[in-house]
Design a protein around this ligand. Sequence first.
Ligand SMILES: Nc1ncnc2c1ncn2[C@@H]1O[C@H](COP(=O)(O)OP(=O)(O)OP(=O)(O)O)[C@@H](O)[C@H]1O
Ligand SMILES: [Mg+2]
Length: 367
Amino acid sequence: MGFECGIVGLPNVGKSTLFNALLSTMQAEAANYPFCTIEPNVGRVAVPDERLAKLAKIANSAKLIPTQLEFVDIAGLVRGASKGEGKGNEFLSHIRTVNAIIYVLRCFEDADIVHVEGSIDPLRDAEVIETELMLADLDSLEKRISSAQKKAKSGDKALAEQVGMMERAIKVLQDGKPATAVNPKDKAERKLLDSLQLLTSKPVMYVCNVEEQHAATGNALSAKVAEMAAARGASCVVVSAKIEAEISVLPSEEEKKEFLGGLGLEETGLAKVIKAGYKLLDLVTYFTVGPKEARAWTIANGTLAPAAAGVIHTDFEAGFIRAETVGYDDYIQYEGEAGAKKAGRFRLEGKEYVVQDGDVLHFRFGP
Ligand SMILES: Nc1ncnc2c1ncn2[C@@H]1O[C@H](COP(=O)(O)OP(=O)(O)OP(=O)(O)O)[C@@H](O)[C@H]1O
Ligand SMILES: [Mg+2]
């Protein structure tokens, strides 16, 4: 399971500006010119988590190592992308490989920055892009289904199930809905749907890119997007990519805080985007804490202890014996492992243990 969020949208809406800010260390081209991003840019960013510093303080850890999330800056799609317009096929194939989609919607007015659709209308923009993705999915399913149907007739049960799922997906797409609207009823159905590798079965969130002065409050356009997102049960984050780019290059945390305060913000829009992306992928964090370092690790929600150990090292998974576990709240309340032990809050967990968000773990493993 990968942990990649694709940044998707029309050209010139601020995707690369946001991406650059996210990876102030990395360079992706940002210019007032449609299609300036030709190759997809991939970068890793630290996931902000207040808990890490609190744990490190208790354990006197010398170093803090946050966990990371990957972002991919994908070139702007245009109307007709599913038919190959504006390098559409190539750009759509970049979306196919990511695990979740972050739609960047232009909610800022600026007469100097060209809008491919000629006016500022984020709801229309979302519809244009989402329609292209649905058309691409429909096209790919219609191309695949007849040969799959033929093969399924030979009695291949797994294939027959897949054909069933294809038929359901085609139906919802023809109704103008994304493949997620198939609403898989259990894990097995979810897996079947995923196996079709559709663009519109990926989890989705929206980023409203607003003017500097609306960074804290949003504007009338972002309010409309928020309403649409809420109706779909999707999350929606307001940022001003341009301001984020300026903040991200400030040399010290203090200066950043001051700058944010002046705008009426408590945390950067980037932090909000990263946290929302992490949630969108249904990821959770566990910690390893010691005098050398306090470190955060990422796993999919529902991961069992041996597989969670495998994120650190494959040997940990192969030779897994048990996980010494203290829940985050207990670790804080009893001020560390020793205190948690005294209070009877130290647990030995086995192979069937589902690691919980915030767990402080120490893995025991053998040869
Ligand atoms: N919040 C904002 N307010 C004002 N201008 C902005 C804002 N966000 C981005 N811009 C400007 O919009 C222009 C386009 O931005 P950017 O290059 O990031 O777009 P893009 O979505 O990556 O485009 P493409 O699809 O062509 O790669 C840039 O000049 C950038 O400075
Ligand atoms: Mg770009």
